[in-house]
Design a protein around this ligand. Structure first.
Ligand code: DGL
Length: 295
């Protein structure tokens, strides 16, 4: 393998989110594929993305993708549903072909191998396995909900599934401000859970369509137990995405061979490195020393 002649030692798998939520995906991916090196970037300074316009989410996400490529990541996972809904397609169709031509860094042997993957399609693909009643609820940011990406993707694969959506604009701020484990969070958890259960009493599956929401999962499950009239499963995306990435890398052996395998994790944030390290360390259950970056 010719990798040795290139300047950058680590060709990491890039994982991007607006903030801390992407760690819920990263944790599952690292559990499944511990051999790879990872670079996590959280744009905490500009989170939440979920209430921002299409143009702004696209612009911020493209900046992050370019940054991760420039750091030597051949593969970038948008561990953010909002970015996957609003920016992924344009980046894959319009920007990626231009970025393949660009030798902005000397670290990447074959820029044409660069790839950007989202997390909505793989989640939609698994949805049919979870529901018996064929009534599914999506809890996500306002951006993801208005894009209708989930109903569109799920119904392409499972036309028989009825999909109900609920925007939960207060949940990401609760997580980003470290309030998700406090009793005050219960009010907003109950509010959106009650609304979606009221909208369709046949729902037996609630998909957490925002990577921040697994940090509220215990409260969401407790709320569901209080208000649901039937058993309802609450599904987080982490393991689905990890399985889907493992499968992708098995099918894309050139790309898999390129990604370096030292088991290292680097975390970067556009906000305070100290604050991020603390929150990330608690969640990842390992010491995290983040670096501050500007995108
Ligand atoms: N965690 C992201 C998602 O999955 C975005 C949250 C936000 O910044 O609003 O949608």
């Amino acid at each position: 393998m010719k990798i040795i002649q290139y300047l950058c030692a680590n060709l990491m798998i890039g994982v991007f989110d607006s903030g801390l939520g992407g760690l819920t995906i990263l944790k599952s991916i690292r559990r499944k594929l511990p051999q790879y090196d990872y670079l996590f970037v959280g744009d905490n300074a500009r989170a939440p993305y979920g209430t921002r316009s299409f143009e702004v989410v696209y612009e911020y996400t493209l900046q992050a993708v370019k940054y991760l490529f420039a750091q030597g990541c051949p593969l970038v996972i948008l561990a953010c549903n909002t970015a996957s809904a609003k920016a992924l397609r344009t980046i894959q169709q319009n920007d990626l072909p231009l970025l393949w031509k660009e030798r902005s860094c000397d670290t990447m042997p074959s820029p044409q191998l660069r790839r950007v993957l989202g997390i909505i399609r793989p989640t939609a693909e698994k949805t049919g396995d979870f529901t018996l009643t064929r009534h599914v609820g999506i809890l996500a940011t306002p951006g993801t909900i208005t894009s209708c990406s989930y109903p569109i993707e799920i119904n392409k694969l499972y036309p028989d599934i009825s999909v109900v959506q609920q925007a939960c604009p207060m949940w990401v701020p609760l997580v980003e401000n470290g309030e998700h484990n406090q009793s005050g969070a219960d009010y907003f958890v109950d509010k959106y859970v009650q609304e979606i259960l009221r909208a369709d009493s046949l729902i037996d599956t609630l998909l957490l369509g925002c990577t921040h929401y697994p940090l509220l999962q215990a409260k969401i499950e407790a709320s569901v137990a209080r208000y649901a009239t039937r058993p309802v499963r609450v599904i987080a995306q982490g393991d689905i995405i990890a399985d889907s990435l493992a499968d992708y890398l098995q099918r894309h052996t050139d790309l898999a061979a390129l990604c370096t395998k030292g088991g290292e994790l680097t975390c970067q944030t556009t906000e305070s490195a100290e604050k991020f390290s603390q929150a990330a360390g608690l969640f990842m259950k390992e010491p995290v020393v983040a670096q501050h970056i500007n995108l």
